[in-house]
Ligand binder design. Structure first.
Ligand code: B1M
Length: 233
């Protein structure tokens, strides 16, 4: 018999439960994460707080230990899978805010890059804020972005990159939009951990978005400006 005491998640107070979730995420325990997400929601936590304080904060710890060589790819994949379990519960709740329709966004991770957790968060939060979101997934080349733009005529194009080796591809996409004379038809927002404001400006994006909340605020500001332009035209 194990000497370890079994932890009953429902018996923990909020603070203990969030810390336990950080541990469970670290250990890739999907079922425990799903149970804990449901407990916090039942305690009237907002889906946004569960997402940011429990899941994103936990994933940040995973990221630091991955960087420092304490965790390796298989463990990070398990953590990512546990996080996705939690996000699956939160997605419909975040999207169900009944927010008025804001606009349309096409979003995807760039060619060569398979990181999608952050991009998925941005997509979910955009949905929650009232945007119609077309998520192209990972590893998108310029042709895939162009096809989606042609099909959905988005107000906003969002690109995500998590690797220093893939972030330059964002410029390839923007340069192609310029060459095809469609750059001004949409707002281009970029994000991902290795990017910064300076990089966003250098490649010709409209804005760099530090996180999902900033992405939503930025997108809403651009849409408000667009509507005002039409109102006074
Ligand atoms: Co990868 N990985 N990874 N990885 N991975 C990083 C990015 C890394 C920084 C880790 C490290 O060394 N510290 C490092 C990149 C180093 C660099 O380039 N400078 C790295 C590496 C090296 C690699 C591999 C090359 C490892 C290898 O194979 N040797 C490999 C690359 C594979 C590839 O893409 N071709 C790889 C693989 C993987 C996994 C598959 C194991 C897994 C991804 C699983 C998945 O996504 N489904 C993984 C993970 C999980 C990470 C870390 C640990 C966590 C990323 C994450 O999900 N963060 C990451 C370390 C880190 O970032 N600290 C790391 C949580 C997420 C919520 O944050 O993605 O930053 P983030 O998104 C934020 C903002 O950036 C912003 O909003 C989001 C939400 O707030 N944002 C946007 C993101 N996209 C946006 C788009 C927008 C707006 C805002 O558009 C409008």
């Amino acid at each position: 018999m194990s000497e370890e005491e079994e932890i009953i998640l429902a018996e923990l107070n909020d603070e203990e439960l969030v810390l336990q979730m950080h541990d469970d995420l670290y250990d890739g325990m999907k079922e425990e994460i799903e149970e804990a997400v449901n407990i916090l929601l039942a305690r009237k936590w907002t889906p946004y707080d569960v997402l940011t304080k429990a899941l994103v904060a936990g994933m940040t710890i995973v990221g630091i230990d991955f960087r420092d060589g304490i965790l390796f790819v298989p463990e990070v994949l398990l953590a990512a899978n546990a996080m996705k379990g939690g996000m699956t519960i939160l997605r419909p709740l975040l999207a169900k805010t009944g927010a008025p329709k804001q606009g349309t966004i096409v979003i995807g991770t760039v060619k060569g890059d398979i990181h999608d957790i952050g991009k998925n968060l941005v997509g979910m939060m955009m949905e929650g804020a009232g945007f119609e979101v077309y998520d192209l997934g990972i590893n998108n080349d310029v042709e895939e972005y162009l096809a989606a733009i042609e099909e959905h005529k988005p107000d906003i194009l969002g690109m995500s990159a998590l690797l220093t080796t893939t972030m330059p591809y964002m410029k390839v996409v923007i340069d192609t939009l310029i060459a095809k004379e469609i750059r001004d038809d949409m707002i281009v927002l970029v994000g991902g951990a290795p990017l910064n404001e300076e990089f966003g400006k250098a490649i010709g994006a409209d804005s760099y978005c530090r996180d999902a909340a900033v992405a939503v605020e930025t997108a809403k500001e651009y849409m408000a400006r667009k509507h005002n332009q039409f109102a006074y035209a």
